[in-house]
Design a protein around this ligand. Structure first.
Ligand code: FUL
Length: 605
């Protein structure tokens, strides 16, 4: 009898074990906090540089310029936010105070602030206006507060640290939720310093007592991440040119680093053996410099350049913080907004139709059903495939279908809540019955996107080598279209005018052999107006009546561009009305009239 009972009990026990949920892999090394995870998922956000510098053509104000110079005539934070939102960004970081010490809010701790400027008769608060606009457009708000202050009399002494922290308190308690606080590593040197006009250097490692200052930020805004060369939450990528290393560990030997650290090149790759989770942010300007300079109106980064930065930041386990300078009107300049919207539209098209979604996926090892390979293509970022403990090398095979399919992009994501584990991987494609090596790479992290050559294959194979059981939450595969087809007139971000349609367009008031190069779809051809040919007006017959929501054009994009873009404005004639009005949403038109001052260049409409 006894044996029978024992047998029964053991059958019951083993079936219970069979039903038991397989445990998730344990974490490996440092892992992100909730705030870091939320920040990483934002991916793309804006930097705004705006101050007295914007009016004086200076990048690093000395701290002596009069607040009277700050006078944007048409400032509209809603215009900034609308463009930022339309460009696909998730937040805005404002230079509330740059190195010159001028505060864009009416700080109670200094007179060197916006209330002493003519803007809004000294009654304005730019930080408040931006905070309100961010709420309206559902954008997160962040602040750059320069630790270096070339205006303040106390800079260099203990009293300045109290001043700096008081300013942080103002910004972090009066304007709602903040997602990122940005501390610059540039610090110390010559300045006005209350009229002493001298050089003051500080010990960048110890002067600010960063642990205490960071504690204050985290107390006031627990969900905010702090950026600096050394984090503690987000680190600089080690350059201002728009890229982070292909090998990019989100871990750092943070104890060695401080804002202004001389070995900043190491920040491009992070430290594989770092004990802290400090992911990288790529900060770069859409123009050569950070503040607005009119002569840079023709030097805005092209769509292709922005696309490269996207893949070299977000595509390499970093975030993309793109600076847009505000111009002297207090607006985002049309050259910048055209590039931003064009970029957003292009990247959306590149990563539009995920070929992995309906594929069949398998792996050389799987931890169990809950962590099956299918979790990599279920569109749920919280589910993932994992191998059994102790299995650190594995192969994933994606079957795209019976017929070969063309692709050129591969997106991979590790489930970083469990740490960053992959240290190398290869990508192969099954082409005409043989496996061909497409790429050999190192890290993945939160997100890795590879630009691959156009490849027609029925299967893709990814071989992973990891420091612990690999955990992958997402695989996407795309066939990005040829980037040269940049749309011009758009509806809901979709082009409604192809280069083919534009063949029917005619310029009806100017006889010039090269005029049609404006709409030939070729980036390298440009039309230049003649200096003395009246009227300064260009009328384009669109060949048929159509609805439009917008219109874009680009100036000469050569290295030495000619013809100032800012001299152009445009109107669209509305059908059935005399006179000419600005285009409204869904205007029905049959032509476009451009007015310009001599002389202009247009390379694409
Ligand atoms: C640098 C600063 O010195 C520049 O002026 C700019 O603000 C850039 C984002 O950081 O270190």
């Amino acid at each position: 009898m006894k044996t029978k009972y024992f047998l029964f009990a053991s059958i019951a026990l083993s079936s219970l074990i069979g039903c038991k949920e397989i445990e998730a892999p344990h974490t490996y090394g440092p892992v992100p906090t909730e705030a870091q995870l939320k920040w990483q998922e934002l991916e793309f956000y804006a930097f705004i540089h705006f101050s007295i510098n914007s009016f004086t053509d200076i990048e690093w104000g000395y701290g002596d310029k009069s607040p009277q110079l700050f006078n944007p005539t048409n400032l509209d934070c809603k215009q900034w936010c609308k463009i930022i939102k339309d460009a696909g960004m998730k937040g805005v970081i404002l230079t509330a105070k740059h190195h010159d010490g001028f505060c864009l809010w009416p700080s109670a701790y200094t007179d060197y602030n916006i209330s002493k400027s003519p803007w809004r008769n000294g009654k304005g608060d730019l930080v408040r206006e931006l905070a309100d606009a961010c709420k309206e457009y559902d954008l997160k708000l962040g602040f750059y507060l320069s630790p270096w202050d070339r205006n303040h009399k106390d800079y260099g002494s203990e009293a300045y640290i109290t001043y700096f922290r008081n300013q942080l308190k103002e910004l972090l308690t009066n304007y709602g939720d903040v997602f990122e606080v940005w501390f610059d590593g540039a610090n110390g040197g010559s300045g006005y310093y209350g009229g002493t006009n001298e050089t003051r250097n500080v010990n960048r490692k110890t002067y600010y007592d960063w642990p205490e200052t960071n504690k204050l930020v985290h107390e006031l805004q627990p969900d905010a991440v702090i950026f600096s060369d050394a984090g503690p939450d987000v680190r600089w990528c080690g350059n201002e040119s728009g890229w982070v290393g292909e090998t990019n560990w989100s871990t750092l030997r943070r104890e060695e680093v401080w804002p202004g650290w001389p070995h900043y090149q190491q920040l491009q790759n992070g430290h594989e053996d770092g004990k802290y989770w400090v992911p990288a942010e790529v900060n770069v300007s859409i123009r050569p410099k950070w503040f607005y300079h009119p002569e840079e109106d023709t030097q805005v980064k092209s769509i292709d350049q922005l696309i490269d930065i996207y893949y070299n930041s977000i595509g390499r386990n970093g975030s993309f913080n793109l600076n847009i300078p505000i111009d002297r009107d207090g607006l985002i300049h049309s050259a910048d907004s055209a590039a931003l919207i064009g970029f957003c539209r292009t990247i959306k098209k590149e990563l539009q139709d995920n070929l992995a979604k309906h594929s069949t996926i398998r792996a050389s090892n799987t931890r169990g059903r809950k962590f099956s390979p299918n979790k990599m293509i279920d569109g749920d970022k919280e589910t993932y495939w994992a191998t059994e403990d102790g299995i650190t090398n594995a192969t994933i095979t994606v079957e795209l279908g019976k017929e070969p399919v063309t692709f050129n992009r591969l997106l991979l994501q590790e489930y970083i809540r469990l740490g960053q584990r992959i240290h190398s991987f290869t990508v192969e494609a099954f082409v005409n019955g043989t496996w061909q090596l497409l790429d050999t790479q190192t890290t993945i992290g939160y997100k890795r996107i590879l630009r691959l050559p156009d490849t027609k294959a029925s299967q893709i194979r990814i071989h992973l080598e990891a420091k612990d059981a690999p955990v992958i939450s997402n695989i996407e595969i795309y066939n990005a279209p040829n980037q040269k087809q940049i749309p011009s007139i758009t509806k809901d971000n979709e082009s409604i005018v192809s280069n083919n349609d534009k063949k029917n367009w005619k310029v009806i008031n100017i006889k010039d052999g090269s005029i049609n190069t404006m709409f030939d779809g070729d980036k390298n051809t440009v039309w230049f107006s003649k200096k003395d040919s009246f009227p300064y007006e260009l009328t384009i017959d669109l060949g048929k009546i159509q609805k439009v929501e917008g219109f874009s054009y680009l100036p000469d994009q050569s290295n030495n561009p000619q013809g100032p873009y800012s001299n152009i404005h445009w109107r669209l004639p509305r059908m059935g009305k005399h006179g000419k009005t600005f285009v409204r949403k869904n205007s029905t038109i049959s032509g476009i009239i451009l007015y310009y001052k001599p002389f202009v260049s247009i390379h694409k409409i």
